[in-house]
Write a protein that binds this ligand. Sequence first.
Ligand code: NAD
Length: 322
Amino acid sequence: MSNISDLKPKVSIIGAGNVGMRYAYALMIGGVVRQMVIVDLDRKKTEGEVMDLSHGAPYISPVEIISGDYADIKDSDLVVITAGKKQAQGQSRIDLAKDNARLYKTIISQVMRYAPSAIFLIVTNPVDVLSYAALKFSGKSYTEVIGSGTVLDSARFRTLLGRHCGIDPRNIHAYILGEHGDTEFAAWSNAMIGGVLLKEYCAACDDKHACDNEKGLNQIFEDVRDSAYKIIGLKGETSYGIGLALVRITQAIIKNENAILPVSSLTQGYLGVNDVYLSLPAVINKKGIREVLQLTLNAREQKEFRKSSAAIKRVIKELGLL
Ligand code: NAD
């Protein structure tokens, strides 16, 4: 009989709410891991979630799922933190950041106690601020503390562009960069369809009146930027898209893929911006961030990136982290 502590790869999830459980469900279906530990303040609900999810294993993958304490996360390859509060009606982002940074102080010290060598994947919002807080609280190398960043936003962008152009979104390379939030921007100058720059694709498109070029494309970006607000307005939370985006990042780490994804990482000198977590395409493998690509942005996009930096720095300064 195998010892459960030997089962690898092992991923631990801190926070068994909507996002944590959608991620766990998608991870199980993806067959990426052999063991999952789920830790949440609400032990009773988490036990129910784990029982429910485990019962699907015979039809999917032989994954062991445990509703555990921090001690159970020992030897995890990856710890994914989705615990925390959501923005309450009327609450400012800075107040949310303060609340979640307070929770992170305890969570990160527990995770460091039991799984100090794991890669940390931060999901709680505001994700760029909380990733920076996790870096400071843990004292780990920046290569091992990754924010989910604009991986979800870029998936939304590719989905809407694909729908608009009638192209499979998997053949579209296009990024939303900067903050995961209000100051994020579309890197239009680098957007490509099957290796053709989007602006060249648009110029040759038979149907060019359909999107009215810049105006139509900008509407796509606005729909991407505002989609979280829209989904929350319709159903109260967002969780399926982020759950699948987290599985994609997990695969890149666990399978040592050297995949390029627009995660949030510590910016060090790009466009003169330093010491802040923002999203740029980065090469991800089992050690975390291998390198951050030095993308060439046009003047307008460079300005947007600096605007994101200023917005996040304001918050981390107010929290006393900078
Ligand atoms: P939720 O309220 O459903 O779940 C949060 C869970 O965290 C709850 O189960 C709660 O018991 C648990 N929790 C709170 N404090 C804890 C602690 N100290 N230790 C352990 N568990 C604790 O919320 P949700 O919908 O799952 O969202 C979670 C977070 O993810 C939010 O901050 C949300 O804004 C964020 N989110 C991020 C993205 C992204 O792209 N980065 C996308 C969607 C949601």
